[in-house]
Design a protein around this ligand. Sequence first.
Ligand code: ZN
Length: 300
Amino acid sequence: MTIDIKRHNSKLFWFDLEPNNEKEFITIYILIDDKITLIETGPACSHDNLIRGINEAGFTLSDIDFIIPTHIHLDHFGGGGHIMEVCHNAKAVVHPNAVYHISNIDKWWSGSLDFLGDVAELYGEPLPIPEERIISAEDGFKLDLGSSTLNAMHTPGHAPHHITWINNESAFVGDSLGLWYPEINKAFPVTPGYYRHDLALQSISNMSKLNIDELFYTHFGPRPAAGAFQQTINEFETWMSIVEDGINESLSSKEILGTLFLTQDGLKLTDIKHGIHQRNTHLGSIEGMMGWIKRENEKN
Ligand SMILES: [Zn+2]
């Protein structure tokens, strides 16, 4: 397959990774400064497409200095070890809590299998990365790229080890602001198991205070920042209240999804349009919210 490289500007290129031929699901970004940075790698199964994308953007594998995921869920960094193995000059930069898991993959892989089942197999098993090639990024960590820096902002909620990466007025937001669907001009929550609603809203609020013009989603592509934070908070809160009502009426997660399809314009379309990897995402988000409510109720 040929990869269509989008030149967002002279310093930022991106492309559609198309893991297992699924389009408009995973965006890979290449940030160009004195140092060349790859943001997100996608899963192991799309390793060949990732290499093709790097090459078609005009780079060799040895040009890559940093390989940086927003978090280590398999769709974001399952291919991290594979690409590190061929990009000899690169260092990986991750959240301190992720360092162990990407250098000793057993727990990471078994946890992914438990959580994702067959989809984990489709993504493929990660390869470990030697610890000496990993940089641990605390909150506020700054990576010097030459004429600019890439700043780590810890944005837990979706996952405890999630980082939003800030470069000038651009933010690479991973899954911290949900899933962006350009065709309907909306983002919907993505809130898997062990989702922390309090931290997610705090993270979004923290991001909204920065001087950000543009958001770069992994799922999927660029979005102007104006209005985005409020739209996202509204959507997260609406979902949470519908999930709460559903629990009170003893509805199943599937029934709650049925309600959301009726109330949230465009949601049904996003479910129909996407393939195997995204098929159960919305259901998983509802179950993540149900888990959050249950844990909160147990506290009281
Ligand atoms: Zn994720």
